[in-house]
Ligand binder design. Structure first.
Ligand code: HEC
Length: 109
């Protein structure tokens, strides 16, 4: 039993490192809040909106042409809309602020 356990541990650590390594390929560096907004976006939003915000999968809006104000975007993300789930219980208000700030930075391209 004890021997088996010891064999399991390095394997578990390897899997953990792999999972972390593939999560965020960071090429360009930005200030801390922007890059955490970006990783939050890539993790939670890119699935439907695409990494550049333009994907529009399942009726998701092209975020780069959104006319919403920052406050309206925060409300949309908190409450959800249509096929988009509410993020109120998934992200903190600080994280929602960071991810919306990142969304707005996508518009200036
Ligand atoms: C399951 C797919 C899905 C995910 C994941 C998702 N969205 Fe959406 N999003 C949508 C859809 C669909 C709409 C359009 C809703 C409608 O108007 O009916 C939308 C609309 C929006 C809008 C409003 C745009 C406008 O101009 O009306 C914003 C802002 C937005 N999403 C931001 C986000 C952010 C930020 C995240 C991550 C925290 C996210 N979305 C995650 C599907 C998704």
């Amino acid at each position: 039993m004890a021997l088996n356990m010891r064999r399991m541990i390095p394997y578990g650590v390897g899997v953990l490192l792999l999972a972390c390594g593939s999560a965020s390929p960071t090429n360009d560096r930005m200030e801390a809040d922007r890059s955490s907004g970006r990783s939050l976006f890539n993790l939670n939003c890119a699935l439907c909106h695409g990494r550049d915000g333009k994907l529009g999968l399942n009726g998701a809006k092209d975020l780069t042409v959104s006319m919403l104000t920052k406050e309206e975007m925060i409300a949309t993300v908190e409450q959800g809309r249509g096929a988009m789930m509410p993020y109120r219980d998934i992200l903190t208000s600080k994280e929602i602020d960071a991810v919306v700030t990142y969304v707005r930075s996508l518009q200036k391209k």
